[in-house]
Design a binder for this molecule. Structure first.
Ligand code: FMN
Length: 196
């Protein structure tokens, strides 16, 4: 069973990465067969959708723009579950917006052109985490939850605020509070939701 963690922060060693790693640790604790991989969007080049209305309109989940998106899409398809982490950058970082925009365009054409078969990420369980400098993470979760649903993933919820995932505020290396423990709990839920 494979779980892919996507760190949307532009900092490799930041709070978002800590939360994503904690979810992955929880998944491995709950299910030793889980194998994890982490991708940092800071290491990738992903540009916006070019609105060419061409390749993705004809071929399911194919995009004409050649950048790091293709490789990441393959990793997402290969994974049985995903963890997506974002910092609050007023809303979410522009590179993560670009990733979501590219995927949403493929999902949109899959529907309107009535392409055969399921959506590429259909029913994959997806755990969401958000890091902020102290502000409220609602905007991050609203964006990521909407994105996950639009591409037909199955976003997990928890039984306490902010419900759509796990938040961490401030410097989690110095003051983790309950955030990393709650993220590990979310990882255990994710492991339970994996098939097989
Ligand atoms: C461009 C930018 C915008 C930010 N906007 C906010 C904000 O509106 N509210 C907030 O609480 N923190 C804001 N922050 C702080 C980050 O959310 C916070 O430092 C977070 O831990 C960053 O994640 P990272 O540690 O993974 O890099 C902003 C940071 C950046 C770089």
């Amino acid at each position: 069973m494979r779980v892919l963690g996507i760190v949307g922060s532009m900092r490799r060693e930041g709070n978002t990465g800590r939360l994503v790693e904690a979810v992955l640790d929880g998944a491995k604790e709950a299910e030793p067969k889980v194998r994890v991989q982490v991708v940092h969007l800071a290491d990738l080049e992903i540009g916006p959708c070019q609105a060419c209305y061409d390749v993705c309109a004809k071929l399911p989940y194919k995009c004409v723009v050649k950048d790091s998106f293709q490789g990441l899409l393959q990793k997402m398809e290969d994974a049985d579950g995903l963890v997506i982490g974002s910092p609050l950058y007023f809303q979410i970082p522009s590179r993560l917006v670009a990733l979501c925009e590219r995927l949403v365009a493929l999902a949109f054409f899959h529907d309107v052109r009535k392409h055969k078969g399921a959506h590429l990420l259909e029913d994959k369980p997806c755990a969401l985490v958000a890091a902020t400098g102290g502000g409220d993470p609602t905007d991050v979760f609203r964006y990521l939850f909407g994105f996950a649903m639009t591409v037909r993933m199955d976003p997990l919820t928890i039984k306490r605020y902010p419900y759509y995932g796990v938040e961490g505020r401030g410097d989690l290396a110095a003051n983790p509070g309950a955030a990393l423990d709650t993220a590990r709990e979310l990882g255990r839920l994710l492991a339970d939701a994996l098939d097989g």
